[in-house]
Write a protein that binds this ligand. Structure first.
Ligand code: DWN
Length: 410
């Protein structure tokens, strides 16, 4: 096997002004310590090498209420090769099919119209527009491996990060522009949205999906905090960002089951729609954030002691879903293979690798689930129904540990 080259260490910088309103009045309410990059899965030969770790802490803008990381890691180091494939998750594929149909109907998408998907991953959404008969699609994807996979499937993809500069190059007006789970990953939000505003057709729609910060706080979803997630949005902040670039939120949909709670915003050029969701000035309730941080510490301790009790009782625990949030969760409780023996994941690119920081092996997909396993820790708890159904179908008779909102055995 080729020896993997030592990973170049990432770089990071302090984030000291609010990403939307520019205020420097920021209050840090959660600090998870120094964590590895969530998708930087390791080859066996890299286990003894030093790993990049950086603070994952969240600060609140006391001016506009936006939650955002205190440090920004170089996006090139995180996204130029990316092992997360959106299409592995059947529920997300189905979600993309619904979005494509809803968006196409909303703008009466015609054969001459083009759809642009920003951060198109492996083409999961573009594929659904094609299935509906819409041929003119284009993806923007910074990960070389994912862009190549989509291109090989006949889904045109530009291997780049989105920017106002790239918007100028594409020189086209798009009837539909989509950005699913992207805005939270972007450092320069104003450059990103300015580019969208430039490229969106006058009667076009910009469809954004982001995890909902209220669910993050109320469901104590601390494991979804990691280096890729720079920003945690509420509806008012999203509306304010769009208004700053001549756009407005026309409608909002909410999907409680998706990624721990997701908001979808349908955005158009200002003044086009009869009604709009106006930005609202946040009423910052500091005690709520302080209580959230205390719950996080409690839940971390509870999960660690639950796993220790299983180990001490001689039970075998594996995990299912080598997710980015799983990297945060396992590292926050200092877990290693003595607590969680192995992880299964149906993503071929992740199999045979090791979880960053925790160094637990991703042994393969559901077919590798050993009958000796007594409990499965669902690191992709956001897909728990799907994962449990797959395990039952694979004749698994053990129980499950659902770690969020708090560790329970089901
Ligand atoms: O924002 C992001 C979200 C949308 O996706 C990215 N920053 C990174 C990523 O986060 P994640 O890795 O926590 O997302 P998921 O979709 O919760 O990860 C699920 C993991 O579980 C994937 O590795 C795929 C795996 N899986 C599986 O093996 N079999 C998932 C399902 C549903 C399955 O049947």
């Amino acid at each position: 096997m080729a020896i993997a080259a030592p990973q170049p260490m990432a770089t990071s910088k302090a984030h000291t002004t609010c990403r939307i309103c520019g205020s420097t009045d920021l209050y840090t309410y959660l600090n998870l310590g120094r964590l590895p990059l969530p998708n930087a899965y390791l080859e066996r030969e890299q286990l003894d090498e030093p790993e990049f770790k950086e603070e994952v802490a969240i600060q609140l803008c006391l001016e506009c209420g936006l939650s955002q990381l205190t440090r920004v890691v170089d996006p090139g180091r995180m996204f130029e090769t990316y092992l997360y494939c959106s299409s592995v998750s059947a529920p997300f594929r189905e979600h993309c099919a619904e979005l494509a149909s809803t968006a196409a109907k909303r703008v009466h998408l015609g054969p001459e119209d083009t759809v642009l998907d920003i951060a198109s991953n492996d083409g999961c959404l573009l594929r659904e527009f094609r299935r509906l008969g819409h041929q003119r699609v284009l993806g923007i994807e910074p990960a070389k491996n994912l862009a190549a996979a989509a291109e090989d499937e006949g889904l045109p993809t530009i291997n780049a990060f989105w920017s106002t500069e790239l918007a100028g190059v594409t020189l086209r007006k798009y009837k539909i522009i989509t950005a699913l789970n992207v805005l939270g990953h972007v450092d320069d939000l104003h450059d990103f949205v300015r580019g969208v505003s430039f490229c969106l057709a006058e009667d076009g729609v910009f469809v954004v999906e982001v995890p909902y910060v209220l669910d993050f706080l109320e469901q104590t979803e601390f494991d979804t905090a990691y280096h890729e997630h720079l920003t945690y949005f509420g509806i008012g902040q999203l509306a304010r960002l769009m208004e700053m670039h001549g756009l407005e939120v026309e409608d909002i949909q909410y999907f409680h089951w998706l990624h721990g709670g997701t908001i979808r915003a349908y955005i158009g050029h200002a003044g086009r729609a009869r009604t709009a969701v106006r930005s609202s000035f946040a009423v910052v309730n500091l005690p709520a954030y302080q209580k959230f941080a205390l719950r996080v510490e409690h839940n971390k301790r509870e999960l660690r002691s639950l796993l220790e009790r299983q180990r001490d009782a001689g039970r075998t625990v594996w995990a299912y879903g080598a997710s980015a949030k799983g990297t945060t969760l396992l590292n926050c409780i200092d877990a290693n293979s003595s607590l969680v023996e192995a992880v299964i994941d149906d993503t071929p690119a992740k199999q045979g690798h090791f979880i960053p920081g925790a160094h637990i092996e991703i042994v393969g997909g559901i077919e590798r689930l050993s009958p000796a396993v007594d409990l499965l820790l669902l690191l992709a708890w956001n897909f728990k129904e799907e994962l449990m159904a797959k395990c039952r179908a694979a004749d698994y008779h053990g129980r499950f540990i659902v770690p969020v909102p708090k560790a329970v055995i089901v």
